[in-house]
Write a protein that binds this ligand. Structure first.
Ligand SMILES: *Cc1c(COP(=O)(O)O)cnc(C)c1O
Length: 384
């Protein structure tokens, strides 16, 4: 076993303050998290609209189980594709304004499907340096060559597209998961037009939050094009689980025919799709929730304007505080925890080395007092 020596490798992680541990919650997803008999105000989840524990979504899920049972029993291409899956795909496509959508079990699997279905050996993927890990893995799986460009740098992306070989795909997060900033999608799409490339947009954090009625990053950027391949996830703002890829009808049919992470896996339970139809209706009508989220963002940005550590202020629900070192970030998170506030410390490899941060994630389910308490505690910690 010496070639593996897991104990030594784990010890090396511990030495660099890089060991993770899971927190066991004794409560549903929401601002009130119960852990070890204590209550914390959680800024750790991605339930931006407070739908993960919404009574109507829960009722729809129960109704879905009553009508469709607990499991789909097979992959979509064999016998697992039930009416709610079909209805959900149509509703999602219409919602994001693209011709067709394909439902996946998770965003990770949707991303693993997309890049290898679009490009292969001899082709080129042009990717933002800060893309989500699932896109990084998908690029490796595709066997295309990968050119990474400096984060959100349109000129660097253009440079990467110049002279790229084979079919070209530019891929980026719409809202970067650990930074919260939004990609310049209109400019990137213009580049793709110029270079005959496809634009793959991962909108895990924008779907439900950005754009009119929460229709996502494309609506937010005011773009619509047959060159866009849109990935939305359904476990964050939608409060359930799953994901979808939307785009031109032929492209989606190609995915359905060829994507291995679509073919070789059991369909997610139809009850989830049934519940997601209710989520989607709630998202479209959640103007009040999106306004509350924006108000929380405003108070946080005002409250932390002169904090010792820079707030990476963004137009999304993700508002990271950049601390730098792993140990310092963990210590700050620990200090907040003593005050009953739970903000996760994000360390490498999730973020670049030296870029450890607190990732504050806001939700419409937070009360204004929660955000004020967090600002007070962070300012106090900064003054010590
Ligand atoms: C969360 C996330 C995913 C993965 O989605 P899951 O449905 O959780 O698997 C993909 N991309 C980004 C940018 C994400 O933040």
């Amino acid at each position: 076993m010496s070639a593996f020596d897991f104990a030594a490798r784990l010890a090396a992680l511990a030495e660099q303050d890089l060991l993770r541990s899971r927190v066991v919650l004794d409560s549903p997803c929401g601002p009130d998290a119960q852990v070890d008999g204590r209550h914390f105000v959680s800024f750790a989840g991605n339930d931006y609209l407070g739908l993960a524990n919404h009574p109507e979504v829960g009722d729809a899920l129960r109704e879905g189980v009553a009508r469709w049972g607990s499991g789909a029993g097979a992959s979509h291409l064999v016998s697992g594709h039930q009416r709610p899956h079909e209805d959900l795909e149509q509703a999602l496509a219409a919602f994001v304004g693209l011709p067709r959508a394909l439902f996946f079990s998770t965003g990770y699997m949707a991303n693993l499907a997309v890049l290898p279905a679009l490009v292969g050996r001899g082709d080129t993927i042009v990717a933002d340096r800060l893309n989500h890990a699932s896109l990084v893995d998908a690029a490796v799986l595709s066997r295309a060559s990968v050119r990474r460009y400096a984060h959100n740098d349109v000129a660097a992306a253009a440079h990467a597209l110049e002279g790229a070989s084979g079919r070209k795909v530019l891929v980026c997060d719409a809202v970067f998961s650990m930074d919260g900033d939004v990609a310049p999608l209109a400019e990137l799409l213009a580049l793709c037009e110029r270079h005959d490339a496809l634009l793959v947009v991962d909108d895990a954090h924008g779907f439900g939050v950005l754009g009119e009625q929460g229709r996502g990053a494309l609506a937010h950027a005011g773009i619509a094009s047959p060159r866009v391949v849109y990935v939305g996830t359904l476990g964050k703002a939608a409060g359930v689980s799953g994901a979808f890829v939307a785009g031109a009808a032929d492209l989606i049919e190609w995915l359905l025919q060829t994507a291995r992470s679509y073919r070789y896996t059991t369909a997610a339970p139809a009850a989830l799709a049934h519940a997601l139809l209710t989520s989607l209706r709630l998202i479209a009508g959640a103007q009040d929730k999106r306004a509350r989220l924006a108000a929380h963002r405003g108070s946080l940005q005002r409250g932390l304007a002169s904090l010792r550590w820079p707030l990476m202020a963004s137009g999304s629900a993700i508002q990271p505080v950049l601390v730098g070192g792993n140990a310092q970030t963990l210590a700050l998170a620990q200090r907040l925890r003593k005050r009953g506030l739970w903000v996760p410390a994000i360390r490498p490899p999730t973020v670049p080395a030296g870029g450890a941060r607190l990732r504050i994630s806001l939700s419409a389910a937070h009360a204004a007092a929660h955000v004020d308490a967090l600002c007070d505690a962070l300012r106090e910690a900064g003054n010590e």
